[in-house]
Design a protein around this ligand. Structure first.
Ligand code: NAD
Ligand code: ZN
Length: 350
C-alpha cells in the first residue's frame, strides 16, 4: 500500500510500504476513506516530538471501512464503516476503566500515554491502518454522516469537548471564552453550545478566525491584538470576568490571557500543548477561588458526539476548508502549512 512515512525532522514521503496485518486477535484493519492533517503532525515534522521515530506512518484522524478483523473482535465486522479514535485503548485496564483511556496501560502501549496513532503506532495517512483493540477504538459511522464530516470525531471534536468544555464545567447560563480559534478552539465553541451557555466569546489574533467562529456557535468575538481586548471581554460580563476560560493555543501569552479574564470562582481549562513552562502566579491566583484543569484527550465522548452529529444537533461539515485525493497528501501538507495564506482549517484527504 501507499502511506505517508516520517523520515526524521523535515522529511516525509508518500511511498510504498507493506500492508498492515492483524498482529493480535483484538486488531482490525481499516481501509481509509478520509483522513486529515493536524497541527500535531507539523510539530512531529519539525522534530519536536522525539517519541515519533523514523519509519512511522503519520496521521491520527480517520474514517474508513473494516477489511479484516482478528478472532476476538465480535462487535464489528468486515464492511463496517467506522470512525477511528486518535488514541486506541484496551478498555479494561485500571486507567481505561477510570475514564482515562489516554493513559491505557495495555502491554504494547507501555509508554504510558495510550497508543496514539501516528506517534507510537502507525497512523491513518495511509491506504490501510491496523487498529489495536478495535472494539473500544473504532466507532460505527451512522448512516447519513459523510466520512469527511465525521473525520473531526477522531480527535479535535472530543478534544475541545472533553478538555475544554467538560473539564471547564460549562453549564447553562455561563459566559464562556475560548482563547485561540484554530480547529481545537472551534471544536470547544461548537460543543460548548450543547450545555446552554449565555455567551460564547471567541478570541484570536486573526480577525478572520474571530469572524469565522460565529459559524461554529460563537456569540461574540474579540480580536486579541486590540489594545482594549480585555476590556471588551469584561464589558460582556458586567465587568466580572468569564465563568469559563478555555485556552486552546499552547503558548505563554494565551495562558496568561485566560487567567486575566476569568472571574473569581471561575474555571480555566487549558487544552493547548505547551512547549515551554508558563507563569503560574499562585500568589495572586489563590484568592480567586479558581479551578484550573488540563489534560490529554481520552476521546471517550466520541460516540456521544457522533450521535449528536447524526441527529443534526451539531454539524462539523463547517470544519472542512480544503479537499485533496489521498495521493496528493504532500500538496495537502503544503496548503495546511501555509494556513495563514490559504485559510486552511481542516484539509480532508479522501
Ligand atoms: P492552531 O495552531 O491551528 O490554532 C491556534 C489558534 O490560536 C490560531 O487561530 C492562532 O491565530 C491563535 N493564536 C495564536 N497565538 C495567539 C495569541 N497570542 N492570542 C490569541 N490567539 C492566538 O491549533 P489547533 O490545532 O487548534 O490546536 C490548539 C492547541 O490544542 C494546540 O496546542 C494543540 O497541540 C492542542 N491539542 C491538545 C490536545 C489535548 O489532548 N489536550 C489534543 C489536540 C490538540
Ligand atoms: Zn487500557
Amino acid at each position: 500500500m501507499k502511506a505517508l512515512v516520517y523520515h526524521g525532522a523535515g522529511e516525509k514521503r508518500w511511498e510504498e510500504v507493506p500492508d498492515p496485518t492483524i498482529l493480535a486477535p483484538t486488531d482490525a484493519i481499516v481501509r481509509i476513506e478520509a483522513t486529515t492533517i493536524c497541527g500535531t503532525d507539523l510539530h512531529i515534522l519539525k522534530g519536536d516530538v522525539p517519541a515519533v521515530t523514523e519509519g512511522r506512518i503519520l496521521g491520527h484522524e480517520g474514517v474508513g471501512v473494516i477489511t479484516e478483523v482478528g478472532g476476538a473482535v465480535t462487535d464489528l465486522a468486515v464492511g463496517d464503516r467506522v470512525i477511528i479514535s486518535c488514541i486506541t485503548s484496551c478498555g479494561k485496564c485500571d486507567f481505561c476503566t477510570a475514564g482515562l483511556a489516554s493513559h491505557c496501560r495495555a502491554e504494547e502501549g507501555a509508554s504510558g500515554i495510550g497508543w496514539i496513532l501516528g506517534h507510537l503506532i502507525d497512523g491513518t495517512q495511509a491506504e490501510l491502518v491496523r487498529i489495536p483493540f478495535a472494539e473500544t477504538s473504532l466507532h460505527r459511522l451512522p448512516d447519513g454522516v459523510s466520512a469527511e464530516t465525521a473525520v473531526v470525531l477522531s480527535d479535535i471534536l472530543p478534544t475541545g469537548h472533553e478538555i475544554g468544555v467538560q473539564y471547564g464545567g460549562v453549564k447553562a447560563g455561563d459566559v464562556v471564552a475560548v482563547v485561540g480559534t484554530g480547529p481545537v478552539g472551534l471544536a470547544a465553541i461548537m460543543t460548548a453550545q450543547l450545555y446552554g451557555p449565555s455567551k460564547i466569546i471567541a478570541i484570536d489574533l486573526d480577525a478572520n478566525r474571530v469572524e469565522q467562529s460565529r459559524l461554529f456557535g460563537a456569540t461574540h468575538g474579540v480580536v486579541a491584538g486590540a489594545e482594549d481586548w480585555r476590556d471588551q471581554v469584561l464589558a460582556l460580563t458586567d465587568g466580572l470576568g468569564v465563568d469559563v476560560a478555555i485556552e486552546a493555543v499552547g503558548v505563554p501569552a494565551t495562558w496568561g490571557m485566560a487567567l486575566d479574564i476569568v472571574r473569581a470562582g471561575g474555571h480555566v481549562a487549558n487544552v493547548g500543548v505547551h512547549g515551554a513552562p508558563v507563569d503560574f502566579p499562585i500568589d495572586r491566583l489563590w484568592i480567586q477561588n479558581l479551578t484550573i484543569t488540563t489534560g490529554l484527550v481520552n476521546a471517550d465522548t466520541a460516540r456521544m458526539l457522533t450521535r449528536l452529529v447524526a441527529e443534526g444537533r451539531i454539524d462539523p461539515a463547517v470544519f472542512v476548508s480544503h479537499r485533496f485525493a489521498l495521493d496528493a497528501i504532500e500538496q495537502a501538507y503544503d496548503t495546511f502549512e501555509r494556513a495563514a495564506e490559504t485559510k486552511a482549517l481542516k484539509v480532508v484527504l479522501t
